[in-house]
Design a protein around this ligand. Structure first.
Ligand code: UDP
Length: 239
């Protein structure tokens, strides 16, 4: 195709839930394969892709903490959960002809290589997909914050937050039929309207760095490609 991408380098944030498909927990292989197929499309356009993967399908520190576990310990478990997801994702990428490299924010070097910024940049320049695992490497943070952080570090032009809904709406579209999608929003508007696009830390980082965030549905076929082409898809949150 002659599709021209609007972005050269992007950071895609996939939640753990995105990997579950219709399952109640864990990793749904068919769902991953489908998602990777969408990523393949955009790499073919020459876009450099880095991914931050969540872990909520396996473990969430907040939930563990609520059940009486030490919060920091629970968060480390959550970070390890993201490593499992990263391995599954990278495996599916390799199977579909993409060269993927997993880099972890906490060192578990027998399993995946540690995150080293210049190396990540090199992989991206080589056209490899970099999957960032273990979030920020710190408890009390989220993978959304890791997405903002890594996005800023690698000079991504856009953070793509993949969700189940195809953008940010004026109300919950499942509950309110009059709800409409915002095509664009400023960080200030999103904050004033309390739209809860990302957690406060992630949001503040993107806002400070003027790193735009696109909220879109990863389950809508072709949506990822449309986002990368700069078309009206999802919601763009900008400075
Ligand atoms: N986590 C953490 N620090 C980070 C990123 C993640 O402690 O920098 C832990 C935290 O316990 C979180 C879990 O890992 O609940 C899974 O990440 P997250 O909830 O962001 O995953 P998602 O919602 O995207 O599936």
């Amino acid at each position: 195709t002659t599709a021209t991408p609007a972005y050269k380098r992007i950071l895609l944030k996939l939640s753990g839930e995105a990997l579950m498909g219709d399952d109640a927990f864990g990793i749904n292989r068919a769902t991953i394969v489908r998602m990777v197929g969408e990523v393949v499309e955009i790499t073919r356009m020459g876009v450099e892709v880095a991914v931050v993967i969540g872990g909520g399908n396996i473990f969430r520190g907040v939930a563990g903490g609520a059940e009486g576990m030490d919060r920091a310990t629970a968060d480390y478990m959550g970070m390890l959960a993201t490593v499992m997801n990263a391995l599954a994702l990278a495996d599916a990428m390799d199977k579909q002809g993409l060269t993927a490299r997993v880099m972890s924010a906490i060192s578990i070097e027998q399993v995946v290589e540690p995150y080293v910024r210049p190396k990540a940049l090199q992989y991206l320049e080589e056209g490899k997909v970099v999957v960032f695992a273990a979030g920020t490497g710190n408890p009390f943070f989220t993978t959304d914050t890791a997405a903002a952080l890594r996005g800023a570090e690698i000079g991504a032009e856009l953070v793509l937050k993949a969700t189940k809904v195809d953008g940010v709406y004026t109300a919950d579209p499942h509950k309110d039929p009059t709800a409409t999608r915002y095509a664009t929003l400023s960080f200030d508007e999103a904050m004033v309207r309390n739209l809860g696009i990302m957690d406060a830390t992630a949001f503040a980082l993107c806002r400070d760095q003027k790193l735009p965030v696109k909220v879109f549905s990863i389950f809508k076929p072709g949506a990822l490609k449309r986002v990368v082409m700069g078309l009206d898809e999802g919601t763009l949150v900008h400075a």
